[in-house]
Design a protein around this ligand. Structure first.
Ligand code: GDP
Length: 317
């Protein structure tokens, strides 16, 4: 039986990934922070109370003990917005922790002769304000947020480990959403509030930059790309994206359309306090490499994604 170790096991992607690996019959270990221990955890997950922001030795010792066949590094500061509040913590948990894990994986191979296949969940934020659209694996890495800078460090660490002969892969993930997204993300904030307005529970939707354009996909599809990438013969970098960009305004319109409201403009307010110090205006990815090498393709359209998220909101009468 194969063994997997997942950091960020309680996040959106970690949850979908752990469920999938358990269903496949793997022995699945997950890093869980103490504050997340009280929440629901997938049955069968072997829980380790280890924090990516904790001592390096604890992280390395865990990799050494579990000696997984597949190591998925999904943990980190979960949002760009949060990273502005604590850039140093962000660098630690989303950046240098990946280097600690990679080094520990290398030592497992030295000790046992078995390869630990390492997968880094990188982010489109590593491209910052990209000079080209769509972006691909050759687009220059030039982050403009603490989040992007930390993810870029981890991404480069993967490239260096690969050059040293390790199986290390980085998936450059564009925004990927689901009903499990926290409400700090714009997709869930919009779908939750629109469903609340339709139920008579809220009056207005207050947002920041309505013109930002993002490439939004369905989170379980992105988890599928991760698993395919880890099990491919060769490690590599892969952009994972739908290739379609939509504005925040499009998202608002699609969510209101789902609940039958067409005249939505009077219900939306822009609060300048929600604008960011730097905000990439157009992130859209070209996933040709993932499509051709991994046989990956997104399965859910933008309209369907918004509909699923609106429909998942429940307001009891
Ligand atoms: P990100 O792309 O990983 O930062 O994901 P988010 O869902 O947090 O933000 C996506 C885009 O929506 C960014 O360009 C934000 O500036 C924009 N946006 C506009 N209004 C809001 C808001 O009220 N909350 C959030 N989180 N983002 C907003």
């Amino acid at each position: 039986m194969s063994t997997a170790l997942v950091t960020g096991a309680t996040g959106q992607d970690g949850g979908y990934l752990v469920e999938r690996l358990l269903a496949e019959g793997l022995e699945v270990h997950g890093l869980v922070r103490r504050e997340d221990l009280g929440g629901p955890l997938p049955e069968g997950l072997v829980v380790h109370e280890v924090d990516l922001g904790g001592p390096d030795d604890d992280l390395a010792a865990l990799v050494d003990r579990v000696a997984p066949d597949e190591l998925y590094n999904l943990g980190g500061v979960s949002s760009v917005a949060q990273s502005w509040a604590d850039p140093l913590l962000t660098t630690r948990v989303s950046g240098t922790a990946a280097l600690v894990l990679l080094e520990a994986a290398r030592r497992v191979r030295e000790r046992t002769g078995r390869e630990v296949r390492f997968l880094q969940a990188a982010s489109a934020e590593i491209f910052g304000e990209p000079p080209v659209a769509p972006q691909d694996e050759d687009t220059p890495v030039r982050p403009v947020s603490p989040y992007g800078a930390a993810k870029a460090l981890a991404h480069h660490g993967v490239g260096i480990a690969r050059a040293r002969g390790q199986f290390a892969t980085s998936v450059v993930l564009y925004n990927h959403e689901s009903p499990r997204r926290p409400r700090t993300f714009v997709t869930r904030k919009i779908t939750h509030t629109v469903a609340a307005i339709a139920a008579g529970r809220a009056e207005r939707l207050v947002l920041g930059n309505l013109d930002a354009r993002r490439d939004w996909g369905w989170a379980p599809d992105y988890v599928d790309a991760m698993v395919r990438a880890v099990r491919h013969d060769e490690p590599a970098d892969y952009v994972v994206a739908t290739g379609e960009a939509h504005t925040v305004r499009d998202l608002v319109a699609a969510a209101f359309a789902r609940v039958g409201i067409t005249d939505w403009e009077p219900l939306v307010e822009v609060d300048p306090a929600l604008l960011r110090p730097a905000d990439p205006s157009l992130l859209v990815g070209d996933a040709t490499r993932a499509r051709t090498r991994l046989g990956w393709a997104p399965s859910v359209t933008f309209t369907e994604l918004v509909a699923r998220m609106v429909d998942a909101e429940r307001f009891d009468a």
